[in-house]
Design a binder for this molecule. Structure first.
Ligand code: AGP
Length: 612
């Protein structure tokens, strides 16, 4: 995910750079590891770009005039190539006559790169897929930018929204949309493009929503939209009457809720990038051979907070799918306990940010002892990713809310893929079991969409219980791992004292705390442990507890014991964690909302914990 902005003003306009940078700031939620702009200072293109937040770019150019009536800008969420000045957008064609910004992925960029290099002698300055677009347009350009863009697009496969300017056409911007968002903003004597509406609301409220495979030609006085057949199309303007902040959140009240709803898309992205039509896994970033996998006699999964909870589910999976013993550890503990790690150890670090210091230091410790380091990370180019031998990206897109939701479920999905990959490569897993998992995993995004439709039911349950000051989460098997995550979610955003424990362990002490009206949230999604979990509900009910159950739709018996039930779609026990956590995320969100908490920025917490 990245953000693009483009502006074309009248000949007297000199401030294009500031207008574009201002728009980029509204898109920082789409990615923020580097940013850049291209302007035309009178038949000459200038590009300025800088790694880090947009403020770095502003500082970098603050002493330069860079007057122009036209500019394109970009804020990056790295996919191809680490976040560096070189990889930041815009990118030039080799003769510096064309500049391009791009959001998306060019799937055939390797072939195009080879072709451009071999047939045209083009040397590349970055590791990005985007640079091929600039060179393609460059080789086709003979004074007509729109034509050159058409020819380039015919060669490109993948998903993209691009913005392009040419030195010889200082009054024109050409943009294309294919499977990545793009809007155009209609002003008076000035016009715009952007990845998202908030970037434009300071200047315009009349918006054209650009459709897939459409090309937009923007000048100061006009916006022309062409369809896939390159025919001019008429589009009604869409008048925006909401404010900029709400628009960044796509109309959701909080980033957390938006991110909860992004999970079906995130999970299908995580899975589908690694699975071909025949169900074979093609793992980008992991280069382990059969021999490498056979050599491991132990796996350590090390992480913090929510990522650690993903590791708890991962343990059961990797042991079952790949037949290797797995230990899960909290990173801050692992570092100081002198664990048995050697060159036969596979060390898996899980981290959304890739900058969590405890996880990073644990990784360094394991590396020193000879372990092979595999990381499961969301942020490309982060420290954890850079210091690992193999990196498996979660592809959840930027997660803004401090409370992790979509990063967690995509981390879980990666655990399944890694387990299946290791088990299959090693020959431990039968074809039948492998195929069953693949089928079940492929169904998850759709089931999740269904599950999200029960949001209102869960929101109503939250209204009944939001005043509780103590909550217990219990479950058995993988349900106990999900219970830990549900409990963390609730406590971090609602400040309710919540506690998770394996259901079978209750009677060994914690049950002493259960009394009349104590809230106990019970996960009962595992068919093989269902009856036992119902017995645990009875134990707490006998002491007066108020019980909310989480169960599969087909298992209605729980209604006889629990006071309320939140259902998840039916699925194989092993993949249930991917669904079971969703009602808990939604419940935590609505409880915190009822309590009037600052949901996206809970007190005392930070999104990325870079201190020990
Ligand atoms: C989860 O909601 C928290 N924000 C926190 O537990 C987080 O998962 C933990 O700090 C680890 O962060 P990381 O994934 O960026 O390493």
């Amino acid at each position: 995910m990245c953000g693009i902005v483009g502006f074309v003003g009248s000949k007297n306009e000199k401030n294009a750079k500031d207008i574009v940078i201002d728009g980029l700031k509204k898109l920082e939620y789409r990615g923020y590891d580097s940013s850049g702009i291209a302007i035309n200072t009178g038949n000459k293109l200038e590009i300025r770009k800088k790694v880090g937040r947009i403020a770095n770019l502003e500082n970098h150019i603050k002493k330069e005039k860079l007057n122009s009536n036209i500019a394109i800008g970009h804020t990056r969420w790295a996919t191809h190539g680490a976040p560096t000045d070189e990889n930041a957008h815009p990118h030039f064609s080799s003769n510096h006559k064309i500049a391009v910004v791009h959001n998306g992925i060019i799937e055939n960029f390797v072939e195009l790169r080879e072709w451009l290099n071999q047939d045209f002698g083009i040397q590349f300055e970055s590791e990005t897929d985007t640079e091929v677009i600039a060179h393609l347009i460059g080789i086709y350009y003979d004074g007509d930018l729109q034509e050159a863009v058409y020819k380039a697009v015919d060669k490109m496969k993948g998903a993209y929204a691009i913005g392009v300017i040419a030195d010889e056409e200082p009054d024109k911007l050409v943009a294309v949309r294919k499977d990545a968002p793009l809007v155009a903003g209609l002003g008076q004597g000035e016009n715009f493009i952007a990845s998202d509406i908030p970037a434009l609301l300071k200047h315009v409220r009349e918006i054209y929503l650009i459709e897939n495979n459409e090309t937009v030609v923007v000048t100061a006085d006009d916006i022309k939209i062409y369809n896939q057949d390159r025919k001019l199309v008429k589009r009604d303007v869409f008048h925006v009457n909401w404010d900029a902040e709400a628009a960044e959140k796509d109309g959701y009240d909080h980033f957390m809720l938006k991110e909860i709803h992004e999970q079906p898309k995130g999970l299908s992205e995580t899975l589908n990038r690694r699975i071909d039509e025949k169900g074979n896994l093609t793992l980008d970033g992991i280069n382990m051979t059969k021999e490498d996998i056979e050599k491991f006699d132990k796996v350590f999964i090390v992480a913090c907070g929510t990522a650690y909870h993903a590791g708890l589910v991962g343990k059961g999976l990797i042991e079952k799918l790949a037949g290797i013993p797995v230990e899960v550890d909290i990173a801050s503990e692992f570092r100081y306990r002198e664990p048995f790690v050697n060159e036969k150890t596979l060390f898996i670090a899980i981290s959304q940010s890739g900058e969590t210091l405890d996880t990073l230091e644990a990784l360094r410790e394991a590396k020193k002892k000879g372990a092979r380091i595999l990381s499961v990370v969301n942020v490309v180019g982060s420290s954890v990713a850079r210091e690992s031998d193999d990196v498996f990206f979660t592809w959840a897109g930027p997660e803004i809310a401090v409370a992790s939701t979509k990063a967690y479920t995509t981390q879980l999905m990666c655990m399944y893929i890694i387990g299946l990959y290791m088990g299959k490569t090693k020959g431990f897993l039968s074809e039948e079991v492998y195929n069953t998992y693949i089928k079940e995993l492929k169904e998850i995004p759709e089931k999740l969409e269904e599950l999200l439709k029960t949001e209102e039911v869960i929101a109503n349950i939250a209204k009944d219980i939001y005043k509780k000051e103590q909550v217990f989460f219990i479950g058995r098997g993988t349900d106990s791992a999900v219970a830990y995550e549900g409990s963390l979610k609730l406590k971090e955003i609602s400040y309710i004292n919540s506690f998770a424990i394996a259901a079978g362990e209750l009677k060994h002490g914690t049950i002493a705390l259960i009394e009349k009206d104590t809230l106990v949230i019970t996960l009962a999604t595992q068919d093989k442990l269902y009856e036992k979990t119902l017995s645990n509900i009875q134990e707490v009910k006998a002491r007066g507890a108020f019980v909310i159950g989480v169960a599969k739709e087909k298992n209605k018996k729980i209604e006889n014991q629990a006071d309320k039930v939140m259902y998840i779609p039916d699925c194989m026990d092993e993949v249930a964690p991917l669904l079971a956590v969703i009602p808990l995320q939604i419940l935590a969100y609505y409880i915190a909302k009822e309590r009037g908490c600052d949901i996206d920025k809970p007190k005392n917490l930070a999104k990325s914990v870079t201190v020990e």
